[in-house]
Design a binder for this molecule. Structure first.
Ligand code: HEM
Length: 162
């Protein structure tokens, strides 16, 4: 693990970032927060809808703005996160919050891939009337997604306090 972190820190990217001025890390952190805010704000609304909130609003109406916003926020969060860790990657060696956070991100993406293949999600997206079983499947998917991204955010926030 140390070799990987040292390679990230001492690679061309890490060297270039460290030499690019005192504001770079702060601006990347700002981008990270904006990405996280967009991702989690969108996920929170969509997942609460899947869990049964705001039943009068059709799922396609909620999914239309939230899915692309979550995807864009994720791209901003992941790219700024990789750039941030390149500054001082070796300092995170042994940090349990990072070791939970990164697999949780992979799990979150895997969950999205699974949900997109669910017949219940496909039916919901085209506005079909859902069977009770399909509603339960989507509620479970929403709950798993919410817990996963809460885990990622909690671990991200705690990394610096280890
Ligand atoms: C969508 C995915 C991600 C989420 C939701 C997320 C969440 C967070 C949160 C909430 C913080 C605390 C920010 C603050 O309080 O200033 C944080 C910090 C951080 N994240 Fe992420 N993050 C994500 C992806 C990544 C990735 C992929 C990496 C690197 C591989 C990364 C590296 C970092 C680093 C280095 C910090 C600063 C830790 C410190 O305080 O020293 N993040 N993240």
């Amino acid at each position: 693990m140390y070799e990987l972190l040292a390679w990230v820190e001492h690679g061309a990217l890490g060297e270039a970032l460290r030499g690019s001025g005192v504001w770079t890390y702060g601006l990347l952190n700002l981008a990270h927060i904006l990405g996280i805010g967009s991702l989690f704000g969108a996920v929170l609304i969509l997942d609460l809808r899947l869990l049964g909130a705001w039943r009068s609003i059709p799922i396609p109406t909620i999914a239309k703005p939230t899915v692309p916003l979550a995807a864009a926020g994720f791209m901003v969060a992941i790219s700024s996160g990789i750039l941030m860790i390149s500054f001082n990657a070796t300092e995170y060696l042994g940090n349990p919050f990072l070791y939970v956070k990164l697999p949780a991100i992979v799990f979150g993406i895997a969950n999205v891939a699974v949900v997109q293949r669910l017949p219940a999600w496909r039916h919901a997206l085209v506005g079909m009337e859902l069977e009770p079983g399909e509603r339960r499947v989507l509620a479970l998917a929403g709950g798993i997604s919410l817990l996963t991204w809460l885990t990622v955010i909690t671990c991200g926030r705690m990394i610096g306090y280890w």
